[in-house]
Write a protein that binds this ligand. Structure first.
Ligand code: F6P
Length: 369
């Protein structure tokens, strides 16, 4: 392994998202704290080969993270292998080497060029054992997993049972991973939704129509909340909050009476009322007025990543490899208050969902007009 400068100390960890109280999240501080699952610390002293995979729903910026991880590996004298299609690649023993050139011209691309999948098979210990065996056969000592908390559960199990060194990078448009303020892809998805709503608003304003816009998020209202505030929505409905359809209808009625012509209601796909079509119907039963429904769907998952997503991806990819090269394992690279931190994966998976931003919900309603 090449001689590389010692990693700069990461900033102190801070708080749980959505909680005004600052609460400490256990964090790896160099060699002091280790993953609470059975693998406490990678036993590998000299790492020659790592694998990287993207898992779950793809998110813009994943390619930028792969690029950063590969190029960071190169500076550490480590060969990086891709596990195509997420954990499936490990299970099939299907690895492909990624060198610096293989990740060229990827930073600006959405999706993930190494493929992704949801891999329910990985819930089974015998499948994980096979994956670890395939890794050992290829001389792969550690794994970088880019995905959401479901993917991190798989990574933790692999580490705990099989002694594979793992480092996670939060990548999902949903921004619903505990221990980080930002998951790769979230900023791009919100910007995509805001741009779409800006365009919808043109026709809404011209015709006096209310638009119910459904954004992604089966269990997380993060995209909906951020989009609603940024797009100046009249209402927002998220899975984490109780909906009051009558109140929403009343607010729309009042603002129409006050002369406002365009109304946007942002609905998270996982909202309890059952998506934008149902919400629109229920609102119009309370207050009849012309409306249309727009479901943005997977459009939000694609497209060129924003600068913010690329920067977070670059930091996370480089730091994940740096951590593994230094012998640390069972960690996720999170961003807290703009600063990269290492958070224990065991902590991340123990808290499946950060709290919703009730401040944004209140703000969206306060500013609706
Ligand atoms: O990756 C997250 C996400 O896009 C969610 O927002 C959405 O609910 C889900 O994935 C959709 O998944 P799929 O493409 O598998 O239907």
């Amino acid at each position: 392994m090449n001689d590389v400068p010692a990693p700069a100390p990461l900033a102190a960890a801070g708080r749980q998202r959505g909680n005004p109280e600052v609460r400490a999240i256990p964090r790896v501080i160099m060699d002091e704290v280790y993953c609470a699952i059975r693998l406490q610390r990678s036993t590998v002293t000299s790492m020659d080969r790592l694998a990287i995979l993207t898992s779950g729903g793809d998110a813009p910026g994943m390619n930028a993270a792969i690029r950063a991880a590969v190029r960071s590996a190169t500076t550490h004298g480590i060969t990086m292998m891709a596990s195509p299609n997420g954990f499936m690649g490990l299970v099939h023993g299907d690895f492909q080497e990624l060198d610096d050139r293989a990740v060229g011209n990827q930073i600006q691309r959405g999706g993930t060029f190494i493929g992704t999948s949801r891999c329910p098979e990985f819930l089974h210990a015998d499948v994980r054992a096979k994956a670890a065996e395939n890794m050992r056969r290829e001389g792969i000592e550690g794994l970088v997993v880019i995905g959401g908390d479901g993917s991190f559960r798989g990574a933790c199990a692999l580490a705990g049972e099989q002694g594979v060194a793992v480092a996670g990078i939060p990548g999902t448009i949903d921004n619903d991973v505990y221990g980080t303020d930002h998951t790769i892809g979230f900023d791009t998805a919100v910007n995509t939704a805001v741009l779409a709503i800006d365009q919808v608003r043109d026709t809404g304003e011209s015709t006096g129509t209310t638009f119910f816009v459904e954004v992604m998020g089966r269990t997380s209202g993060a995209i909906a909340l951020h989009t609603a505030v940024a797009a100046g929505a009249t209402g927002v409905l998220v899975p984490e909050a109780h909906d009051d359809i009558e109140d929403l209808a009343q607010r729309i009625r009042k603002s129409i009476q006050s002369g406002k012509r365009s109304h946007i209601v942002v609905v998270a796909e996982g909202d309890h009322e059952g998506g934008a079509f149902r919400v629109a119907k229920k609102v119009s039963e309370c207050y009849e007025h012309p409306y249309r429904v727009v479901v943005l769907g997977h459009i939000q998952r694609g497209g060129s990543p924003t600068a913010l997503d690329r920067i977070v991806a670059a930091q996370s990819g480089a730091l994940a490899v740096q951590a593994l090269a230094a012998g640390r394992s069972g960690i996720m690279i999170g961003i807290q208050r703009g600063v990269p931190v290492e958070v224990l994966l065991s902590e991340v998976v123990a808290h499946s969902h950060p709290e919703a931003r009730s401040d944004l919900l209140a703000l969206a309603q306060q500013l609706a007009g």
